[in-house]
Design a protein. Structure first.
Length: 168
């Protein structure tokens, strides 16, 4: 999935979680979701985050390959423990959720993801789309429309806008 699709689908999932739980859909939370949704692709030098990683992406890909370690639920679990242990902020919650959403979104691709790396290298998948094809584009537009619908219906955009006051 391309970076813009990861961002929009992860924001949709993050908005859905916020609408169904006590989590607040704040600027901090959404920033965490966006950054978390991009970080797993640090293992691909040509990715959005990889091109901005000052060469770290090349090292990660060399050591673990694309969609290797960074796309594992076990690694995500360790990251989630560390991040939430260090911070209970909405940003941290959004980051952990965004990272998980990325793994789920790539699970739906024809490449799949190694959910249980390092215990198992097998890639699991429900092949709904190929990165960059028309199905991914349809997922992007459907996720965008649903994000607007849920955000409007649940007043999440007002909550998001209001949260900027806490930064100033």
């Amino acid at each position: 999935m391309r970076y813009h699709s990861h961002i929009v689908t992860s924001l949709l999932l993050g908005a859905t979680v916020a609408a169904q739980t006590p989590l607040s859909f704040t600027a901090s939370y959404t920033a965490g979701v966006v950054i978390g949704s991009l970080l797993p692709d640090i293992d691909e030098p040509k990715s959005y985050v990889g091109r901005r990683s000052f060469g770290m992406s090349n090292k990660v890909k060399e050591a673990f390959g694309h969609r290797g370690m960074t796309h594992s639920l076990l690694v995500w679990g360790m990251i989630a423990l560390v991040v939430t242990w260090e911070s209970s902020s909405l940003f941290a919650t959004g980051f952990v959720l965004g990272y998980l959403f990325h793994i789920i979104e790539d699970f739906l691709s024809v490449q799949g993801v190694p959910l249980f790396w390092p215990l198992q290298a097998k890639r699991y998948k429900i092949p709904l789309y190929r990165t960059g094809n028309i199905v991914e584009m349809m997922i992007f537009y459907a996720a965008f429309a649903l994000l607007v619908y849920i955000g409007t219906k649940e007043n999440l955009f007002y909550e998001w806008w209001k949260s900027f006051g806490s930064f100033m």
